[in-house]
Structures are given as C-alpha cells and as structure tokens.
Design a protein around this ligand. Sequence first.
Ligand SMILES: Nc1ncnc2c1ncn2[C@@H]1O[C@H](COP(=O)(O)OP(=O)(O)OP(=O)(O)O)[C@@H](O)[C@H]1O
Ligand SMILES: [Mg+2]
Length: 242
Amino acid sequence: MIRINNLNLIYKDKYILKNINMKLKGKVGIIGSSGSGKSMITKSILKLVPEKFITQGSIDFMGEDLVKMKEKDIAKIRGKDIGYVPQDPHTALDPEIKIYKQVQELYKIHKEKVNMEKFEKLIKNFGLENTEEILNKYPRKLSGGQLQRILIAISLLLNPKLIIMDEATTALDSISQYQIAQIIKSIDTDYIFISHDLKLVSKMVDYIYVINHGELAEEGKTEEILERPQNENTIKLLEAQL
Ligand SMILES: Nc1ncnc2c1ncn2[C@@H]1O[C@H](COP(=O)(O)OP(=O)(O)OP(=O)(O)O)[C@@H](O)[C@H]1O
Ligand SMILES: [Mg+2]
C-alpha cells in the first residue's frame, strides 16, 4: 500500500500539486482532465519529477518515506516492487536498444535471474504474435500499441507489489483497449490506473480519486462517483463520456 500525505509539488512558486492525500491499496483509479496533475502524482511516487520541483509532504511505502529516499534506494524499488507503465510509450524505452536486451538489463539491474520465456508468455498474453521477432526489434520500429503491450508486460515481470499505469492503454484501438483492460483486471496485483477516460477507469477500479488543477476534487467508491458525483469537475468528466 502507498499512502500519500499532504503532498505539495511546487515549481517557481506555483503549486503543481496541492495538499494531496491518498490511500492507494487494491485497484484504484485517478482521473482528471489534461494538465490536472495525474502524471505528476505518479512521478512524485517514483521520484521522477524534474529536479527543479520542490516536493513537500510524505509518501509511505513499506515503512519508508519515498520523498526522503535516496536515488540509489528508490532505483531498487522502481520497476521491481512498484511496476510502472509511463504515459508516453515512445520514450519509455531506449529506441536504439533491442527489446530483449532492455528486458535482460531490467533483470540484471534488480539482480534477478533472466527469464525471457516469462516475458514472451506475458506479451503473448497481451495479444502480441511473433514474440521472437518482437524481441529482436528496436523500440523505434514498433507501434505505440505494441509498445504499450510490451510496457505492461515489463511492469509485471518482476512480480511487483503494485503497478502504476499512467494512460497505459491510450495508444490502443477501442477493441484492443477493452481486451487489454480485461487482462489487467484479472491480474492478482494491486494497481493504480490513471486516465482521463472515466468510463474506462470505472470498469477497472473499486475506488476513484478525481483531481482538478493539482488538487483533489473528490474521492469515493466507483459506484458512488458514477451515481452521485458531488463535484462539478466530476460531473463534467461524466458528461464528456456521453
Ligand atoms: N517539466 C515541467 N516543467 C514545468 N511544469 C510542468 C512540467 N511537466 C508538467 N508540468 C505542469 O504540471 C501540471 C500537471 O501536469 P501532468 O503531466 O501531471 O498532467 P496530467 O493530468 O497527467 O495531464 P495529461 O492527461 O495530459 O497526461 C501541468 O500544468 C503542466 O503544465
Ligand atoms: Mg499525464
């Protein structure tokens, strides 16, 4: 479980995130319009915010405060205890290094035995054929949808305690998106599913946080948010789906 306590993220005297409190356990969604701060929440958890940003507050994970953690320690958690599917599939991997090498490298970084069969099985499960061919490709030769399937597989590879998925299915067509969402849902791992698509999020999670201009607008069980939205911003997001 991750617990975010009074998190502020400040850049040039401007609050990018303001007083965020979240309990991330089970299957949780974060929604909000573009620029509201969803990705910055994930980046704060994984300590991937640019250095020029000031972070205040604390983020508890396994008895430690991630905000205070040194880079060498958080690097051990990133991709291992916490799986991560970043928003932009095209910059998530090194475009000039073949897929299989980057997967092997991930195992090595975390001092685990390389298991390419497991990776192949995972990408197959996410609908990719010709797995051997894909392993030998450079990321720059793959489509956004193919890369997203690969990134979801990578996020699961080292049996994380939870996975953060930032718009993890947006490069997929709607049928594939639905299929991949079903597979993700069936996985027995906690996840944080981020999207501006409230309809999709509501199918994936039990609890939803709505964020607006860097602040929490509303939170609640999925069915409560859908049936009785209290906040104007949530209502707008709901109406936008119709
Ligand atoms: N490198 C940066 N320097 C300064 N401000 C930034 C930087 N990256 C993001 N921001 C600002 O932080 C705010 C939150 O951005 P964030 O990427 O978290 O939004 P988001 O909710 O993920 O949006 P989207 O749905 O488009 O992915 C935005 O107002 C953005 O302008
Ligand atoms: Mg984002």
